[in-house]
Design a protein around this ligand. Sequence first.
Ligand SMILES: Cc1ncc(C[n+]2csc(CCOP(=O)(O)OP(=O)(O)O)c2C)c(N)n1
Ligand SMILES: [Mg+2]
Length: 327
Amino acid sequence: MDHPKDVLKDRQFMERVMEYMMLVNKFEEQVFALFAQGKVHGTTHLGIGEEGTGVGSVFALEERDYIFATHRGHGQVISKGAPVKNVMAEILARQAGANHGRGGSMHIADVGVNALCIDGVLGQNCPIACGVGLSFKMKKQNDRIVAVFFGDGSMNQGAVHEAMNLAAVWELPVLFICVNNTYGMSTPLHKVSADTDLSKRGYPFGIKSVQVDGNDVLAVYETVREAREYIMKEGKPAFVVENTYRTSGHSKSDANQYRTKEEIAEWKAKSPIARFRKVMLENGFTEAEVDAIDERAAKTIDEATAYAESCPDASATPEQIEAEAYA
Ligand SMILES: Cc1ncc(C[n+]2csc(CCOP(=O)(O)OP(=O)(O)O)c2C)c(N)n1
Ligand SMILES: [Mg+2]
């Protein structure tokens, strides 16, 4: 993707940003509906309300860059370019899925677009990302970085701190991105972190660290772009904290007993999509043009669902399992 000089004046870019946020949002609404119909097995974690983080961050990267998403990573992987229909097929456990239906919602990877395996063990993707960064360094592939996402709850995992330290001492091209959605399951950030400014966690390792309003997609884009430029120029890791909120439940079963309806409503009003609609309208787009993007995104999701539902179920013969195992 080309990176515009003046983002607000680049209509194509603005449209793409909105289309992807709408796509991710509608994708997750659809997954929720499919779950309710009993068509999705296992569990799923939706990031409704967090669309600005996945889209804004990944759009700031280059195609050749790699990402490690989280368990709440549909938006991160789709933004990296994984075809929506294959991600949907994966969630519906179809052979045509991004991982032949074996991974499901929580383990989607698409090596074709450099989106590497999502790990259900919180924080463990950080040391693995250091390995990818080290491989770039050893192969002298100095034109790329690896971005690794994790949550505010995962911030307290030792593996994250070990990885930050390693990336700093070995000067690895790793961008650590903490999606601070204010909760780890039902636990609010302030109950597990005495200082809720998570960007300070990079300081002890000498890592350049910043925080950004995660519901402002263009601010996320600019911040991650700057962080990427810093990594490329200095050959050192960087850390970005994106402050946001998930208005959907933690996973498929969440009675929302740990927060009030008012709190959720307050954040719904600050939704990154609603905010960006306003920005578009202030910058030359008409209501009808934004609605047309919405319709296009809805059509893509409808088609992806119809495609996924028409695909044969995942099959796993012993031969297939053996051929596809990396061990
Ligand atoms: C090492 C580890 N501990 C606990 C869990 C169970 N678990 C799954 S999601 C989650 C909350 C994670 O919170 P956060 O890192 O903020 O990410 P979010 O779910 O908010 O996106 C927990 C505790 C896990 N998967 N891995
Ligand atoms: Mg969280």
